[in-house]
Design a binder for this molecule. Structure first.
Ligand code: GLN
Length: 478
């Protein structure tokens, strides 16, 4: 068979080959074999029977004359996304044994377009983390250097795509969980505008910031997955009632979009970057300028409060969202509990890991009477200012260029004992979610040890396609 249905090929190449009559089943079998051979702990479940049945259905649809945008494309799902009949545990002990009773809208749309779920990927527990080390399933190893973390919280999905197990995987991004691991593993990771993709069937963390998005090896593949997933869904009231305008196909010559385009950058971002990250950013600016962009310095004056604001709002939302895990309705129930209080208390104490418990306690505190105004309300006010800063910046530029992560992938265990250090991994990605704007990490360089470095592009609300066009150009300029 041709290499175009090999799962190291792009999603678009596989779909093109399958639409032309090559076997989806063969493409899916290759991915299943790779998923089974995973040595990174990126894959926590391989769904062979379901995948082969789905691949056979795709082959039958193609044979009947249908053409599908993602025909036969092997897909991996982060463990917080529901697909009916498959386990979904958010890599938490509290959900061990939980089987999804329905399918997430985003997942259903990918499947309807011909994608085939082959595996579930590892993640930080309830998507809380930046290194994939809070998972009850153990850490994921970075495919470029297995002594290092892949980033998080969607570390398994990033590593699975980087290792060539699947061409397409889904993650969720509340404060950087798609973009940061994409940067650290050297793949494309997209967080769309808040409200673009339905959150129905995503296990909630911080509902006002959570967005599902794709990992892929090319911006074009990520853009295709976005088009398939985007659009109104009556099951998620925050999913925008607007056509996914501007999600049209990327230009054939992506570099052509750069002429005269205003690319903003925040000079303050450049202090404190690891030298290799700074060099990569300088290189990106130089190449973009040579291709005709106008570089525009902008400021995001309130962005320095973003990490603090996020850890008030996201923990408050998490404390509320995770109250449903009570030992009665879902998952783990303490075997030693006698009274109702013990069922709640012990089930939650046994079911949640240390980081999740820390967030629930923080979140409960900031929402409690007497502290609400001082913390939660104040954080909401600063969130508004952060969003206003973006609006001002985007009056002066069409997209923003900057770093994703201040460093390349760190060593396993390096930041685990120091939550604050871990939280600071997300200084450049969190404000995006607070403002609701889209962000994408595009692989652009590497450090002296060959560790990948991604560049981040951000754009105004609903300008995802403009951002992706620039991302495709950036990928072409490498
Ligand atoms: N690392 C951040 C956190 O721990 C972001 C996580 C995410 O985007 N899900 O909250």
């Amino acid at each position: 068979m041709s290499t175009s249905t090999n799962s190291s090929a792009t999603a678009i190449a596989i779909a093109t080959a399958v639409n032309a009559g090559q076997s989806a089943t063969v493409a899916v079998k290759i991915a299943l074999a790779k998923a089974k051979a995973d040595t990174l702990n990126a894959i926590i479940g391989v769904h062979e029977t379901r995948a082969l049945a789905a691949a056979a259905r795709v082959d039958a649809r193609i044979a009947a004359g249908e053409r599908l945008p993602l025909a036969g494309v092997p897909l991996a799902l982060k463990d917080n996304l529901l697909a009916e009949g498959l386990p979904a545990t958010a890599c938490s002990r509290v959900l061990t044994g939980f089987i999804a009773p329905y399918t997430a809208t985003a997942v259903a749309r990918l499947e309807a377009a011909g994608a085939v779920i082959v595996a579930t990927t590892n993640m930080d527990e309830f998507a809380m983390g930046s290194s994939n080390e809070t998972s009850v399933r153990g850490p994921v190893r970075n495919p470029i250097d297995p002594s290092r973390i892949p980033g998080g919280s969607s570390g398994g999905s990033a590593a699975a795509v980087a290792a060539g197990i699947v061409p397409l995987a889904l993650g969720s991004d509340t404060g950087g969980s798609i973009r940061q691991p994409a940067s650290l593993c050297g793949v494309v990771g997209l967080k769309p505008t808040y409200g673009t993709i339905s959150r129905y069937g995503l296990i909630a963390f911080g509902s006002s910031m959570d967005q599902i998005g794709p990992f892929a090896t090319t911006v074009a593949d990520a853009a295709l997955a976005l088009r398939v997933m985007a659009g109104k869904d009556s099951n998620d009231s925050t999913c925008a009632d607007r056509d996914p305008v501007g999600l049209e196909v990327l230009p054939a010559d992506p570099v052509s979009v750069l002429k005269g385009l205003r690319v903003g950058f925040v000079a303050e971002h450049e202090a404190g970057l690891a030298p290799a990250v700074k060099a990569c950013l300088d290189d990106a600016k130089k190449r973009l300028a040579a291709a005709g962009v106008i570089l525009v310095p902008v400021t995001l004056p309130h962005e320095r409060y973003a990490v603090a604001v996020y850890y008030v709002l996201a923990t408050g939302e998490a404390a509320s969202n995770l109250s449903r895990f009570d030992g009665i309705r879902y998952g783990h129930r303490s075997p030693t509990a006698q009274t109702l209080g013990e069922v709640y208390g012990r089930s939650r104490a046994e079911g949640f890991g240390a980081e999740v418990q820390r967030r629930i306690m923080l979140g409960t505190y900031v929402l409690s009477t007497g502290y609400y105004d001082a913390y939660y309300k104040k954080a909401q006010q600063v969130r508004r200012k952060i969003a206003d800063d973006y609006a001002t910046a985007f009056a002066a530029c069409d997209v923003l260029l900057g770093p994703v992560s201040p460093t390349t992938a760190f060593k396993l265990g390096e930041k685990l004992a120091d939550p604050l250090q871990m939280y600071l991994s997300d200084v450049f990605t969190i404000a995006t979610n607070l403002a609701g704007v889209p962000g994408v990490s595009v692989p652009f360089g590497q450090d002296s040890q060959g560790l990948p470095i991604g560049m981040q592009l951000q754009a105004p609300m609903w300008a995802d396609n403009r951002m992706l066009a620039v991302g495709a150009a950036l990928q072409a300029l490498r």
